[in-house]
Design a protein around this ligand. Structure first.
Ligand code: MG
Length: 393
């Protein structure tokens, strides 16, 4: 496909994953919500695949009984479309395809959450191979010897040169895969999308897959995934931010997303929250994405009086798209008044909500300037912020 086709992603997260739970794994979360290195498998899958620039709409096919695990993830991944799965994998894919129909993508990728660590680079080979009448799947050669067995007895040889291990994501023209599912007589007979497509007469090409795309199935696979992540060792990046707003008439001000009653307000095009502005700039700094003014120009009437939490949320989205992960925030408010200490916990909780960081990773400090300078004369408030993020090499 040329001319930049639009590409959608369906993530299958409805499975129970009973083979993966058990004593070694602990807990009773369904597979998609089991944590690897502290993050649910679904989050890993979302952030590895959905970060690829080709990916547009993302549908997560889930089990409605898993709401308690799914909802917190949707809070921080707001663009995801969630839809309920069906009785089998193919039924679930059918549901996902129907949920995508209003978006009418050119190409659709169907991916198992259990293959959360498949590198997004495979998408390029898949997209190159997809064309009318032809889908593509990632595959690996078989290195072990294969034998046909009857009971426990070896009954025949299989030529491994004609065999491939098939992975996901599996890629097809959207209209063709939807039609293949619509017309299938019995969807429960199929174990993957390529088989549904082939039954509808489509050709499916096997393109190179990746060893990191292995399917997390058994308890030991968690260790393998965590070792792999540890070896991938992301790089720490630091960002800093600084902001000032002057006091003006008013009876309250916004600071770190919290409304504080005060003898003055802060003057600015947006809500003039110096804390969240310094934080936004610091997060942008970790990915070299310029400053808040470039992303939200003060000349744009759209941002007049705007609540600054959306600036922080946008910076967090950009960091996430870069494959990064925020680690901690250290924010200092500089001014004689208002007193910050009584509001520290509320500010910490609000920033935790906006950034999806635990409160323990967010430090709010305050200092006066001993009566010196513009903050000392209570002409305005300043804030500075340092954050650290982990980014892929
Ligand atoms: Mg500002």
């Amino acid at each position: 496909m040329s001319n930049h086709p639009s590409t959608a992603l369906i993530l299958l997260a409805a499975g129970q994953g009973t083979r993966m739970s058990g004593t070694r794994m602990g807990g009773d979360a369904p597979k998609a919500y089991q944590t690897i290195a502290g993050r649910p498998l679904l989050v890993w899958a979302l952030e590895t695949m959905a970060q690829h620039p080709a990916i547009g709409p993302v549908v997560v096919v889930h089990d409605p009984d898993h709401q308690a695990w799914l909802q917190p993830i949707l809070q921080t991944h707001r663009n995801v479309i969630a839809t309920s799965g069906g009785a089998t994998r193919a039924h679930s894919v059918h549901q996902g395809l129907k949920a995508l129909a209003p978006h009418a993508p050119d190409v659709v990728l169907v991916h198992d959450v259990a293959r959360a660590f498949m590198p997004a680079v495979v998408i390029e080979d898949l997209l190159r191979a997809v064309r009318p009448g032809q889908g593509a799947v990632p595959s690996l050669p078989v290195v072990d010897t294969l034998r046909h067995v009857e009971g426990e007895v070896i009954a025949g040889d299989i030529d491994r040169n004609h065999c491939r291990i098939i992975q996901t994501p599996q890629a097809f023209l959207f209209d063709e895969l939807l039609a293949a599912h619509d017309q299938a007589a019995d969807l429960s007979a199929f174990t993957d999308d390529a088989s549904v497509a082939r039954a509808a007469g489509l050709r499916v090409l096997a393109v190179p897959g990746h060893a990191h795309g292995f399917k997390l199935t058994y308890a030991a696979d968690r260790e393998r995934a965590e070792q792999m992540l540890a070896m991938a060792s992301p790089v720490p990046k630091v960002g800093s931010g600084f902001d000032v707003h002057r006091f003006g008439p008013g009876d309250h001000l916004w600071l770190c997303g919290v409304r504080l009653p005060h003898s003055h307000g802060l003057v600015g095009h947006s809500d003039a929250d110096v804390g969240l502005h310094a934080l936004t700039d610091a997060i942008l700094g970790t990915i070299g994405a310029g400053d808040i003014g470039q992303h939200f120009p003060p000349t744009d009437p759209k941002w007049k009086g705007a609540a600054s939490d959306q600036f922080v949320a946008h910076a967090c989205d950009l960091l996430r798209q870069a494959g990064g992960r925020l680690m901690n925030i250290d924010l200092t408010i500089i001014g004689q008044r208002p007193k910050i200490f009584p509001h520290r916990q509320a500010m910490q909780a609000r920033i935790a909500q906006i950034t999806a960081l635990p409160a323990s990773a967010i430090n709010i400090k305050a200092t006066t300037t001993e009566g010196l300078g513009f903050t000392g004369r209570s002409e305005g408030l300043a804030a500075q912020c340092v954050v650290q993020a982990l980014l892929p090499v």
